[in-house]
Design a protein around this ligand. Structure first.
Ligand code: PLP
Length: 847
């Protein structure tokens, strides 16, 4: 492709602005310009929802024609004016936060799901990153996202006659994607170089406009690269560890270099998952170049403004790279640095031997764990739901030796979805009437008055949405070759038997074991009786891809396909191929109930159920992830309500129990509520639940709330902490940490005594500090929760130095009385300027 392609497309002078409109992905959620694209080329628009493709494929004659059409011109001018207003309007950020984060936030992620027309994602993580970026745009937060432009994206799915998943990898022609080459001030196409063994790899930079924000993308398909290297960014989540490492180098190292080349100096670097951890190392290197300091000082100075968000729930989810591969690939990058490979591996040690020091692990057992590297390069880190916070504390505990899990400083921000991307035209109209036009661009603090909406109107909306979904499903099913595949029961296969008034249950997500897509099939006879009830029927819509190597996932697809062909359920269970953002958006608008039933603790948060909230869909879900925070009996149904992390962790094989509970809920709660109608056919109790869910949950589980949480809990305090970390302070902190480390092995506890007076106990302990500064350590008294009371962590204060022995001090604390042995003193580094124990996990317990 040539750069010229972006400039030579002829547009009539009066329509020049269409370029900018088509390249701004704002059209993926703000539908004001839809009519323009539809008018230009209805077929292409309907098939691809890609405005850029429409603009590039429409004929010159057609363009001339619409340029003369006053209706088109008027609509075009109106959209151009709206764009002008949008980009200059004040925002939540400009009104209530600026200029605190004006230097911007760099947001790194392996995948971005913004639109089905830009297929650079595989699932939840990417969709979350896309929703984050769109909400940042709404709020006016200066975010620059960095990702990779994959030539193939994620695979497209078809299902064979026998229920086998077929995988296709269509080529993403970048010129047809709604992105443009990124140019520098001299109008040159920006390129970034990353060193690989024996050769540089050149990366081309692309730019996607996402409303007020930008997504910068790198790809390696530069003709000057070696043929193998041109394919580094060919596909997402390759199973080949070598290619994966190459991709993570390209994204992390190349991504930070790109920002630097553009002279951007983001204040905050936010990693969405650990894949991109090399960015933080490259950031420290760049800081070294600017300040001529050693790596440790650079790490200390820069990490205060690095945030690491983890979405992982099990240790097998971490990326691990063997030392032999790292030696081959990272050596050229580290060549001129004072951080060698052992030093790097020590920062992200993932060997089974715990805390190996540089050079300590044998070549074949050394592993670099990208999450641990991210952790050791960050000033803060967070999980993505309250339950996931506890899961993360346990998962990361081995990296904080001898620290109790509950003291591990993981914060959490519950994920949210970009509401305007998921609402239906009907719900959009309803919310606009009740809450105003710009409601999703500002915090939605006011409870939205769904109470003002009549039952009648709310039910009409639900019915209209369901009917539109059925129409969509029928046309999708028709294009799924229903006629060839099902000569005998064509109507069922083509969805003709789906019914617009039937309770519709949706299940769509990746087909993989822990998501338990087969939970409903554990008792097929019982499910059949619900589906085929004459008075109160149920119908189910399913969609989802199995990873190409996931045999179990593929088996569950086959299972559903086989089940759906049973004569008793014909036309009541349909499987839609090729789940993507487009399919998801249709499903979440139309289904009555969204089902999510993952096995604990694998689902960190889950977001698909949040997408139905705005549309008045209800959730029936495992009490896990976000639903454990959101669920109350008034807003939906939970499987195992109230289950605690501990209970769930210890429960074994509860699939069957959960399946029965799920079928019970459907049979005795969900179905009766839906079909309990008044003489006009309106189900009042159902609508009460919809109101409670829409009012209570839509704003709380929106990306708008999520982004503001990141700002208030992380970005702003981190920016303040970062401002204190001058090169001078960073040097001091490093020197201080090193000095303490010298004394550390000699520091010890002496006599511990307890004096009980009634309900209170005064504890004292002697501490030998070996010459370490006494104000650089904290001594605490800890009692675990027991029948005698909750957990206590009390600071012990210095009473006096013991005169008889050098470097020995007496510490004291008064605490609620507990039996002997319940209180244990511990000692750890203290410095207000550090985030501890993240930045120094040293700890000493009195034996
Ligand atoms: C929302 C979404 C997901 C994530 O859904 P989960 O329930 O969190 O698994 C995955 N894929 C697509 C296309 C989505 O829209």
């Amino acid at each position: 492709m040539t750069l010229a392609a972006y400039t030579t497309r002829y547009l009539p002078e009066s329509l020049r602005g269409l370029f900018a409109l088509a390249l701004d992905l704002h059209w993926t959620w703000h539908h004001g310009s839809d009519e323009l694209w539809r008018t230009l080329d209805e077929d292409t628009w309907n098939a691809t929802r890609n405005a850029w493709l429409v603009l590039n494929s429409v004929s010159g004659d057609r363009l001339e024609e619409v340029a003369q059409d006053p209706t088109f011109q008027a609509r075009y001018l109106e959209q151009m004016a709206a764009r002008e207003v949008f980009s200059s309007a004040s925002t939540w950020y400009s009104d209530s936060c600026a200029p605190a984060l004006d230097r911007g936030i760099a947001y790194f992620c392996m995948e971005f799901g913004l639109s089905e027309s830009l297929p650079l994602y595989s699932g939840g993580l990417g969709v979350l990153a896309g929703d984050f970026l769109k909400a940042a745009s709404d709020l006016g937060l200066p975010v620059t996202a960095i990702g990779l432009l994959y030539q193939q994206g994620y695979f497209r799915q078809a299902i064979s006659r026998t229920g086998e998943q077929l995988e296709f990898y269509p080529y993403n022609d970048p010129t047809m994607l709604p992105v443009s080459p990124l140019r520098d001030a001299d109008d040159e196409w920006v390129r970034v170089v990353v060193p690989l063994p024996g050769r540089p790899v050149r990366l081309r930079a692309w730019r996607a406009q996402v409303g007020r924000c930008e997504l910068l993308l790198l790809d390696s398909n530069d003709p000057r690269n070696e043929p193998g290297d041109r394919g580094i960014t060919s596909e997402l989540y390759t199973a080949d560890p070598e290619k994966r490492l190459q991709q993570e180098m390209v994204l992390g190292i190349g991504g930070w270099r790109l920002l630097r080349q553009l002279d951007r100096k983001p204040l905050i670097c936010h990693l969405n998952e650990g894949h991109c951890a090399f960015a933080l190392v490259e950031r420290a290197f760049a800081w070294q170049d600017d300040h001529q300091q050693d790596f440790e000082t650079a790490r200390t100075a820069t990490r205060a403004t690095n945030l690491f968000t983890t979405h992982t729930s099990v240790a097998s989810g971490f990326d691990l790279f063997p030392a032999s591969l790292l030696r081959l690939y990272l050596t050229p990058w580290l060549a001129s640095r004072d951080l060698d490979l052992n030093g790097l591996i020590a920062l992200g040690n993932g060997s089974n031997r715990g805390q190996a020091q540089p050079g300590e692990c044998a070549e074949d057992e050394c592993r670099l764990n990208m999450a641990r590297l991210a952790l050791n390069m960050s000033g803060r880190f967070n999980a993505v739901s309250r339950i996931h916070q506890a899961v993360t504390q346990n998962l990361f505990q081995p990296w904080f030796p001898r620290w109790p899990a509950e003291d591990i400083p993981a914060g959490y921000v519950t994920n949210g979805v970009h509401t305007p991307s998921w609402d239906s035209p009907e719900s959009d109209a309803l919310w606009t009437r009740t809450c105003g036009q710009d409601r999703w661009r500002r915090p939605l603090e006011r409870q939205c008055p769904m109470a003002e909406v009549s039952d009648h109107e709310l039910w009409d909306m639900r019915r209209a949405q369901r009917k539109r979904l059925i129409r969509y499903l029928r046309s999708r099913l028709a294009s799924q070759h229903c006629e060839q595949a099902f000569p005998s029961d064509r109507d069922a296969a083509c969805g003709v038997l789906l019914d617009g008034e039937t309770l519709t249950l949706g299940f769509a997500r990746r087909f993989t074991d822990y998501k338990r897509p087969d939970l409903l099939l554990k008792n097929p006879e019982r499910l059949i009786s619900l589906l085929s009830s004459r008075d109160r029927p149920l119908q189910i819509v399913l969609a989802g891809k199995a990873h190409p190597y996931d045999q179990r996932g593929k088996q569950m697809i086959r299972q559903w396909k086989t089940f759906s062909r049973r004569p008793e359920v014909e036309g009541k269970v349909v499987f839609i191929e090729d789940y993507d953002l487009g399919v998801a958006s249709q499903l979440v608008q139309g289904v009555d109930v969204w089902l999510n039933c993952p096995r604990h603790p694998w689902e960190a948060c889950g977001t698909s159920g949040m997408k139905v909230l705005v549309n008045g869909g209800l959730n029936l879900s495992q009490y896990d992830g976000w639903w454990a925070e959101a669920w109350r009996p008034e807003v939906g149904w939970a499987i195992r309500p109230g289950a605690t992390v501990e209970q769930l962790r210890n429960a074994r094989d509860h699939d069957r129990q959960d399946a029965e509970e799920l079928l019970d809920l459907l049979e005795y709660s969900v179905i009766p509520a839906f079909y309990t109608v008044d003489d006009k056919g309106i189900p009042h109790p159902w609508l009460e639940m919809i109101r409670a869910s829409m009012n209570g949950l839509t704003a709380a589980y929106s990306a708008n709330r999520m982004v503001r949480d990141y700002v208030a809990q992380f970005y702003v305090p981190m920016a303040e902490m970062g401002a204190q970390r001058s090169p001078e302070v960073a040097r001091q902190l490093v020197a201080q940490t090193r000095a303490l480390a010298i004394h550390w092995p000699h520091i010890r506890f002496g006599t511990f005594s307890v004096n009980t007076i009634g309900e209170s106990q005064t504890c004292t302990v002697e501490v030998y500090l070996d010459g370490a500064e006494q104000d650089e350590v904290a001594v605490e008294l800890v009692a675990e929760a027991s029948d005698h009371g909750p957990r206590v962590v009390a600071t012990m204060t210095l009473v006096y130095p013991l005169s008889g022995s050098e470097n020995t001090f007496l510490f004291e604390a008064s605490v609620p009385a507990r039996p002997e042995g319940h209180y244990t003193p511990r000692l750890r580094p203290r410095d207000e300027r550090l985030n501890l124990p993240l930045e120094n996990p040293a700890i000493l317990w009195m034996k």
